[in-house]
Design a protein around this ligand. Structure first.
Ligand code: CA
Length: 223
């Protein structure tokens, strides 16, 4: 059982949802189990969310993808397994230690050649991709990193995406704290501000899906 269920579902209903829909590959289950031993283990995406990302990637026929915030590599791996052999994940994270776990599992799953890890601030990596002429060339992006930079990541990913491409952004309901008026912590305020900005952004089609901790889907419209 996952410790971090989708918001608003009773434990019984969550277990039922998993029992009739979760098809988690064994390698991802192993990675999830190992990550739960880590002190920040609750940060990893839930299995039904990983499956949903893989579903979206297949649905839009994605080949080039971005993963902002790698941690132990669950989302990168879920996406990489859903890509065709020619597919690519540009994985961005600053932490050389935790991403060693990620790289070990990418190797074990046989998809390490599809995932390029960039150990640097993600904004630097994204700026570099833009400055080397890669705007409008990505199909999919998953943003799950420091919330204070969410809008900056989103802006750059939006430029890197082709029209019709999709950005998925995690933790946009922040355990329900977005509607707690007494919670004025910078992270919560950053998420509220981010959600409000996307609501007004007519460059995208928008859907906020209450899976896991809240996942916003932003589809880039044609100019
Ligand atoms: Ca997350």
């Amino acid at each position: 059982m996952a410790p971090h269920k989708s918001l608003g579902l009773s434990p019984e209903l969550y277990d039922y949802l998993l029992s009739v829909s979760l098809r988690e590959p064994e390698i991802l289950a192993q990675l999830r189990a190992e990550t739960q031993q880590h002190s920040a283990g609750q940060m990893q995406v839930t299995p039904e969310q990983g499956q949903f990302l893989a579903f979206l990637v297949k649905l839009i026929g994605a080949e080039r993808t971005l993963d902002i915030g790698v941690f132990t590599g669950y989302s990168s791996l879920a996406v990489a397994l859903a890509l065709p052999p020619t597919g690519q994940v540009i994985a961005c994270d600053q932490d050389p230690d935790i991403t060693q776990v990620a790289q070990r599992y990418w190797q074990a799953a046989g998809v390490a050649d599809r995932i390029q890890l960039h150990l640097a601030p993600a904004l630097e990596t994204l700026t570099h991709l833009l400055s080397t002429g890669q705007a409008n060339s990505f199909d999919f992006a998953f943003i799950d990193a420091d919330k204070g930079n969410y809008f900056n990541y989103y802006e750059q990913c939006l430029q890197l995406l082709r029209p019709g491409g999709l950005i998925a952004i995690d933790n946009v309901l922040w355990a329900g704290q977005v509607v707690n008026p007494n919670n004025k912590r910078p992270t919560v305020e950053a998420i509220r501000d981010f959600n409000a900005k996307l609501y007004q952004d007519d460059r995208i089609d928008l859907s906020l899906v209450p899976i896991s901790d809240g996942l916003t889907l932003a589809r880039k419209r044609s100019p």
